[in-house]
Design a protein around this ligand. Structure first.
Ligand code: ADP
Ligand code: MG
Length: 648
């Protein structure tokens, strides 16, 4: 007896739904995309119970005729492509004709729609893929789709839904994505009747980002514009390195305005931040990548959130380059890292890219404001898609005794401090509370992280040390505050990296080799970075099993910390980075080393040391940003000071 049979349409739809409808947010994604494709300028979304009970979306798009409204739920029913050639040039968000059929097969759906030329609207009711009712209804031109009881007929899938809060998070995130991709469209999102997001049409991405995230984040966003014509043009915003996230949830990528999750884009973005952000810390980004339709295949994933670029590496490099340029323009990294330019491609000038991009109605120029703390939550009341890394300070909390930190021979002056003189003269201490001063205007508002161009080439003279942690200095432009720890960290980071590339290993022998028993994970990590460690000045011998002996360590490092330090580095190297570029690993290690070896806060510095630190700092690749993305120098210009005293 034959055993093969063709599945019923409904069963086929349910199977397809497994791929298209992963969770409530995927339903909302498909429905929003349909509304956008229908030319809507207003989209409102109502959610109940994390999308389980209800997801309703209304738009003022072109609507559907009665016949189309019924046909829309058939599998492979689409108005968006006609011929095989169309697949090679897809300009709409939808094209597979699967979404409505899939959704209707696993939920109770009610569609009401009206086109402009007809008086009556049509209501179509479908439950679990079965047409229940079609009748006249009333509504203005546009479409409303209510999806109730998702997965009511597929209990197994229903169980896979997460908590209401989790599903809400994903729902909100999707709406946020599309709100950012389409500033010209008004969006409203309510959750259990409570308004979560409400944005009116905005003139550009910047204004939309302000509507969605508020002023706090906006101020640390840097405009990106660039890329390469014929490969990928890039526009949008990225965050200054001080804005850190522990995951990629605050990275919004769009390819030809389609929301995607894409490794090449994420990789290019991180590559652009190399040396100002460590591994495991992610920038905020709104990146719009525009590629010629024939350079991309959007039909590689049922949910259409993945795309395939014809030239992935070129796209990645175009993005990295645009990001680097944005950071350089903001004075965060030095300009002029030579970029290889393939001959057949022309670099897209700022002007060219900005006219192509719909996201820059005006030319935003944003400044840092040291007074504005990084928002720990978005302005929206949503579960922290932009949570700030809380453990960042752990990097800076370790402080060995002074003797250990500086047990380096005085001859090594290219990055290390000599032994400190203990009897540094200090100004007579004045007790602050003994003098009653009027309240001061917070200078926070005026002091800004310095830009590279604003500090290099100036003679900077240290005046004093504040709280044994910050150097107060002056130059022609005004007052500067230098964070001594991060300044030294930057110097050492550059030094370690240069040393690695230059291969002139400098290390100090330990009096007695230190043995260390590695955990299995550490041992894995050790295999991975053995070479880089050697290049950086670690001489490590493998003993039996997972035991190693440390014979020498890089200069500058406190010898007593050799063991802990190595263990820490190994813990921080994730084994999933096995495939990571050597340069990334090297940067990670260099950043850890620099942090450990750098002078701590709460440590007295002589005027000579302060001057040395500043001079060295100015020679580094990025004097104003530490390898972990923090500002190194705050600046108060004469103008700011005069403004503060109301002299202007
Ligand atoms: P696709 O978007 O891939 O074409 P869908 O199943 O999402 O497939 O939708 C099927 C068709 O229904 C669309 O091609 C479109 O013609 C129509 N449609 C769906 N939603 C709307 C809407 N909100 N407004 C107007 N037409 C719509
Ligand atoms: Mg669709």
């Amino acid at each position: 007896m034959n055993k093969i049979r063709i599945l019923s349409d409904n069963l086929a739809n349910q199977i397809a739904a497994g791929e298209v409808v992963e969770r409530p947010a995927s339903v909302i994604k498909e429905l929003i995309e349909n509304s956008i494709d229908a030319g809507a300028t207003r989209i409102s979304i109502d959610i109940e119970l994390g999308g389980r009970r209800l997801m309703k979306i209304s738009d003022n798009g072109e609507g559907m005729t009665r016949d189309d409204a019924i046909l829309a739920f058939e599998r492979h029913a689409t108005s968006k492509i006609k011929e095989p050639e169309d697949l090679g040039r897809i300009g709409t968000l939808g094209f597979r004709g699967e979404a409505l059929a899939s959704i209707a097969s696993v939920a109770k759906v009610e569609l009401t729609t009206k086109i402009e030329d007809e008086l009556a609207a049509t209501l179509v009711q479908i439950e679990g893929g079965r047409l229940i009712d079609v009748r006249d209804a009333a509504r203005p031109t546009g479409t409303t789709i209510a999806v109730r009881d998702l997965f009511f007929n597929t209990p197994a899938r229903r169980k896979f839904m997460r908590s209401e809060a989790t599903e809400n998070y994903h729902l909100t995130s999707i709406v946020q994505h599309y709100a950012l991709a389409h500033p010209e469209i008004a969006f409203t999102l309510t959750n259990n009747g409570r308004e979560v997001l409400q944005v009116s049409p905005a003139k550009d991405l910047r204004e939309r980002a302000f509507q969605v995230f508020g002023a706090g984040l906006l101020e640390s966003l840097l405009p990106v514009r660039g890329g390469r014509e014929f490969t990928a043009t890039v526009s949008g915003y990225i965050s200054a390195p001080r804005e850190r996230r522990t995951n990629r949830d605050s990275q919004y990528f769009f390819v030809n305005r389609r929301f995607v999750r894409d490794k090449a884009i994420a990789g290019g973005l991180l590559e652009g931040y190399r040396s100002v952000l460590p591994h495991g810390v992610y920038p905020v980004a709104f990146l719009f990548v525009d590629v010629p339709l024939e350079e991309i295949d959007v039909n590689v994933h049922p949910a259409k959130t993945e795309v395939r670029f014809r030239r992935t590496e070129a796209v990645k490099e175009a993005i990295a380059e645009a990001v680097r340029n944005a950071l350089a323009s903001a004075g965060i990294v030095a300009h002029g890292e030579p970029v290889e330019e393939p001959v057949e491609e022309r670099f897209v000038s700022t002007a060219a890219a900005s006219t192509e991009s719909p996201y820059f109605a005006d030319q935003p120029k944003m400044y840092f404001d040291a007074g504005e703390p990084a928002p720990s939550e978005p302005a929206l009341n949503i579960p922290a898609p932009v949570a700030v890394r809380e453990d960042a300070d752990a990097y800076f909390s370790y402080s060995p005794p002074i003797e250990e930190a500086f047990s380096v021979p005085p001859s090594q002056t290219d990055g290390s401090f000599e032994q400190f003189e203990e009897n540094v003269p200090t100004p007579a201490a004045i007790s602050a509370d003994s003098v009653a001063l009027p309240p001061m205007n917070s200078a926070e508002r005026f002091a800004k992280p310095a830009e590279v161009a604003a500090v290099s080439g100036h003679a900077i003279r240290p005046i004093a040390q504040l709280h044994e942690s910050f150097i107060i200095a002056v130059d022609d432009e005004g007052l500067l505050l230098v964070d001594q720890h991060v300044a030294h960290e930057r110097i050492l980071f550059d030094k370690y990296r240069a040393r690695e590339t230059g291969r002139e290993t400098e290390s100090q022998n330990l009096l007695l080799p230190e043995t260390l028993d590695l955990t299995p994970a550490q041992s894995e990590a050790f295999q991975l970075i053995e070479d880089q460690l050697a290049e950086l000045g670690f001489d490590v011998m493998k003993l039996s099993g997972r035991t190693i002996a440390i014979k020498s360590i890089p200069t500058d490092l406190p010898a007593a910390e050799a063991k802990n330090l190595l263990a820490e580095i190994l813990d921080n190297i994730e084994v999933d980075k096995r495939g990571a570029a050597k340069s990334t690993l090297r940067d990670d290690i260099a950043a850890s080393l620099a942090c450990k070896a750098a002078v701590k806060i709460n440590m007295k510095l002589t005027p000579e040391k302060m001057q040395w630190l500043i001079d060295k700092l100015l020679l580094t690749s990025s004097p104003t940003t530490c390898p972990h993305g923090r500002p190194v120098i705050l600046r108060l210009t004469m103008k700011d000071i005069e403004r503060g005293f109301h002299r202007t």
